[in-house]
Design a protein. Structure first.
Ligand code: NAD
Ligand code: AKB
Length: 316
């Protein structure tokens, strides 16, 4: 179990992962020991559950002041620009994704923070990486600015660990599917939209082609993976760039069929846009045997379990 005296700052807490991770951390560490922060206003699901500060991760001085003032010992950095939005403004994506991370790593070094969490993505992989069961270590030649920033970020994490002893840990998340907070501009967002459209409209026009397989994960698995990695003893962490983790792999046609099992008159059409090219550059499935060996990672949700749970919760 983690030391109770830890005090955590979550940056980007109002986003798709931030809301659920903040709530999970508050359960583990106590509400007042997890400070949520974001550029945006506090997400309604966080209101009343613990402290919130409005903060820009690019403002290093303000971030540093908050870390000292609040006696922060761990930072979870979730603020980033994702793949599809990143291609619309590559300079901004590079700037936020890199400088935000460097600000956090510098402060972690100076203030001797206990731990830092920073997520990478399957977007580090490119067209030359293996498509099936893409290994932990392989050819990595990303083609999106988001993927480039994640790959560079992984090596900054590794550098700060080796050079300064900062205990920074990372996971290459697959596309994440959830019902609590909306996704923020990724290529895998279709797999969230499809559920709300199925319930509201009984039809969905997908921006990827029907046979585009991608690595995906249900949010409860992603939150559990994050907590398991962060709670693992440091000597079990052999990867200081970022861990591959796997959940499931499916195509738009298959997720459509899993929804039709619950909503028989649900129909799908396909109109691939610029996000198709991004999806085609990524692997279809991920080999996570290193995460399994190091800290016991095992996913619990497959497509049909996830669909049942998503529809039940969205109906509520
Ligand atoms: P999101 O876009 O939903 O949330 C990001 C949050 O960061 C937003 O609430 C935004 O307001 C905030 N933010 C943006 N700029 C900021 C700034 N300058 N200062 C403070 N906050 C700022 O993203 P997410 O899906 O929750 O992703 C979180 C992390 O996980 C990112 O690093 C992302 O690359 C990574 N990731 C996400 C997925 C996924 O499918 N959601 C997959 C792989 C990796
Ligand atoms: C995106 O599609 O950009 C994200 C990711 C896989 O990193 N969901």
């Amino acid at each position: 179990m983690p030391a109770r005296k830890d005090k955590i700052l979550v940056i980007g807490a109002s986003g798709q992962i931030g809301v659920e991770l903040t709530l999970a951390l508050r359960k583990q560490y106590g509400n007042n020991n997890v400070v949520a922060s974001d550029l945006r206003e506090e997400n309604p699901l966080l209101k009343g559950t613990g402290p919130y500060v409005s903060m820009d991760v690019m403002n290093k001085e303000m971030l540093h002041v908050q870390v000292i003032r609040q006696n922060i010992t761990q930072i979870y950095l979730l603020a980033a620009i994702l793949s599809a939005t990143g291609e619309k403004n590559p300079n901004l994506a590079w700037h936020l994704n890199m400088q935000g991370l460097l600000n956090v790593l510098d402060i972690a070094r100076e203030e001797k923070l206990h731990k830092v969490y920073w997520p990478s993505s399957i977007a580090v992989f490119g067209p030359t990486s293996p498509k099936q069961l893409c290994p932990q270590q392989t050819v990595i030649e990303p083609t999106t600015v988001y993927g480039i920033s994640k790959y560079a970020g992984e090596f900054w994490c590794n550098y700060y660990f080796n050079r300064y002893g900062v205990d920074v840990r990372s996971i290459r998340y697959p596309g994440l599917i959830s019902y609590k907070s909306a996704p923020g501009g990724g290529t895998t967002d279709y797999a969230v939209e499809i559920y709300t459209e199925a319930l509201e409209q009984k039809k969905y026009n997908c921006f990827l082609s029907e046979d585009t397989y991608l690595p995906m994960m249900y949010m409860p698995d992603a939150i559990r993976a994050t907590l398991e990695l962060m709670n693992a003893p440091a000597d079990q962490i052999s990867v200081r760039t970022s861990y591959n983790v796997s959940g499931m792999s499916f195509s738009p046609k298959e997720i459509g069929a899993s929804i039709q099992a619950h909503i028989p008159d649900f129909t799908m059409t396909y109109k691939p846009d610029s996000r198709q090219q991004i999806a085609d550059s990524w692997p279809q499935s991920i080999d996570d045997s290193v995460a399994n060996k190091d800290w016991g990672w095992k996913p619990q949700y497959d497509l049909s379990l996830m669909t049942k749970d998503m529809l039940e919760n969205l109906r509520k």
